[in-house]
Design a protein around this ligand. Structure first.
Ligand SMILES: C[S@@+](CC[C@H](N)C(=O)[O-])C[C@H]1O[C@@H](n2cnc3c(N)ncnc32)[C@H](O)[C@@H]1O
Length: 208
C-alpha cells in the first residue's frame, strides 16, 4: 500500500503513528469549520444528554459541550487511538463529570434505550457497516423527539468524495436521498437535509 493510501485509510479507524497524525488533523481547523456549520442545523433544542458517535480526536465533543453548557456528553469511537485522544482533548470536562468516552462500534451501541436527546455523527457514516442497522441503533438510544445530526464533507456527488472512495477501502459517500431513505427505514421521521451554498457539504437532521 502506498504511503498516501495508508495515511488516508487512517480516517476509517486511526491506529499507530499515521493514525496519530490523522487524528491530530481531525481536530484541525478544516474539520472544525465543517462541524460548526453542521451544528448550526441542529435547531432550537436544549439537549441534556448527547452521544457524539465516531468522535475521532474529540474536538466536536468539546464544541458540543460549549454549545450546550447544561448537557452531559458521551463520546464513542471504535478506535483505541481516537478514544485516547478524545479523553486528552476533553480531560477537564471528564474530570468535572460532564463527559465520558467509550470504545465501541456504532453497530452495537453500549447504551440503554431512550438515553439521549441528541446524537451526532461528523465525517463518520461513510465507514459505518450497514447504514440502516447502525441508524436503527442510534434511533433506539434516542429519546422520543430526539435529534440525530449527520454532517459530511461529501454530498455523495462530488469528485473529491469519489476520489476518496477509491483510496479508502470500505468508504462510501452517500447522497442526501440515500441517507434519508436509510434514516426513515431505521425508524426516524422529519428528515431534513441542507447543503452548503458553495461546498459539497451536507447536514442531515432526523427526529425520532
Ligand atoms: C474521519 S474520522 C472523523 C472524526 C470526527 N468525527 C471528526 O469529524 O473530526 C472518522 C471516525 O469514525 C470512527 N468510526 C468509523 N467507523 C466506526 C464505527 N463502526 N464505530 C465507531 N466509530 C467508527 C473512526 O474510528 C474515526 O475516528
Amino acid at each position: 500500500m502506498g504511503l498516501l493510501k495508508s495515511f488516508f485509510s487512517q480516517t476509517r479507524k486511526p491506529e499507530g503513528f499515521l493514525g496519530k497524525l490523522m487524528v491530530g488533523g481531525m481536530n484541525g481547523s478544516g474539520h472544525a469549520k465543517l462541524a460548526d456549520w453542521g451544528m448550526s442545523h441542529i435547531g432550537g433544542i436544549a439537549p441534556l444528554a448527547i452521544a457524539e458517535l465516531g468522535c475521532g480526536g474529540g474536538r466536536n465533543a468539546a464544541a458540543l459541550m460549549k454549545r450546550y453548557p447544561a448537557a452531559k456528553l458521551t463520546a464513542l469511537d471504535y478506535s483505541a487511538l481516537s478514544v485516547e485522544t478524545t479523553k486528552k482533548t476533553n480531560r477537564n470536562e471528564i474530570a468535572a463529570g460532564r463527559c465520558s468516552v467509550v470504545q465501541a462500534s456504532v453497530e452495537e451501541l453500549p447504551f440503554a434505550a431512550v438515553s439521549f436527546d441528541l446524537a451526532t455523527a461528523f465525517e463518520t457514516v461513510y465507514f459505518w457497516p450497514g447504514l440502516e442497522k447502525c441508524f436503527a441503533e442510534v434511533c433506539r438510544v434516542l429519546k422520543p423527539g430526539g435529534v440525530f445530526l449527520i454532517c459530511n464533507e461529501s454530498d455523495g456527488c462530488d469528485e473529491t468524495g469519489r476520489r476518496f472512495e477509491k483510496i479508502i477501502d470500505g468508504m462510501k459517500c452517500y447522497t442526501a436521498h440515500e441517507l434519508a431513505s436509510a434514516l426513515k427505514a431505521a425508524g426516524f421521521s422529519e428528515v431534513k437535509s441542507d447543503r452548503h451554498p458553495s461546498k459539497p457539504w451536507l447536514a442531515v437532521t432526523a427526529r425520532k
